[in-house]
Unconditional design. Structure first.
Length: 238
């Protein structure tokens, strides 16, 4: 949902078709029942069946991630948590960067996680909600929210959870392959539970991060890239 300009402009066609199917049949393309008790989870569950076929492709994403390797600064041996992994389009690439360290990849949509697990990626997958399910304390060197942060229903709670999951000095990264203006405009045009989802901009980040015990280190917001990096301030876990 957060590809570069041009790619995103194509997306509403399949997006609406998928949501319409879910609303009318209660099931996805391949006949799984969706979890309709939570509209957000149901929304992403319904997208899971065709997520891998949609742009940006896994290849495009990982090429773009490779181009930002210096910024990402992932190192062998690190423990990395990928929040909102979807079907794991980026997970294998991340796992290769930190091996022999581990990637734990989580998502709150069971069908997304099920599809990621079937790919035999050398990573650990779990279905959980970063806003409400407590993450392991002090476990991760890096927490990456790639194309997912705007969708967290309680961003302050997610940040506190992420902060306590980081080792002291650990880094949280929020990354999109487009700028905030494009992402926020795109979501505002979607008819569904993500309609009001926003990626915070500029000065909005500092108080959000500070409340979680995180300190902003880098904020880049340009047309083709959003990259926010914050560190867990020792002794100030949220
Ligand atoms: C736009 S998709 C991106 C998926 C994947 N990162 C990618 O780029 O292909 C956003 C993902 O975030 C997940 N998500 C949204 N809110 C979440 C939450 N509170 N906890 C865990 N995952 C969440 C959704 O289920 C969805 O798979």
């Amino acid at each position: 949902m957060h590809g570069p300009p041009g790619v995103l402009d194509e997306m509403p066609v399949w997006y609406y078709a998928c949501i319409n199917r879910m609303m009318t049949t209660g099931s996805t393309q391949e006949g799984f029942r969706v979890n309709t008790s939570d509209r957000r989870i149901a929304f992403f569950d319904a997208l899971a069946a065709q997520w891998d076929d949609e742009e940006p492709s896994s290849r495009t994403m990982t090429e773009r991630l490779s181009q930002q390797a210096d910024l990402l600064d992932l190192r062998p041996g690190q423990a990395l948590l990928e929040v909102g992994c979807g079907t794991g389009k980026t997970t294998a690439w991340l796992a290769a960067q930190v091996a022999p360290g581990r990637v734990t990849a989580v998502d709150f949509a069971p069908e997304m996680v099920a599809r990621a697990e079937r790919k035999d990626i050398d990573a650990d997958f779990a279905c959980l909600d970063v806003c409400s399910n407590r993450l392991d304390c002090g476990r991760y060197d890096v927490v990456l929210c790639f194309h997912s942060f705007p969708h967290f229903r309680d961003q302050a709670a997610a940040l506190k959870n992420i902060a306590q999951a980081l080792k002291p000095g650990g880094r949280m990264i929020v990354m999109h392959l487009a700028g905030s203006a494009h992402i926020n405009r795109f979501h505002a045009g979607v008819d569904g539970p993500v309609n009001h989802d926003v990626l915070p901009v500029g000065a909005e980040w500092e108080p959000l991060l500070a409340a979680a015990g995180l300190k902003q280190v880098t904020l880049m917001d340009r047309e083709d890239l959003f990259f926010l990096e914050a560190v867990h301030e020792t002794g100030r876990a949220g």
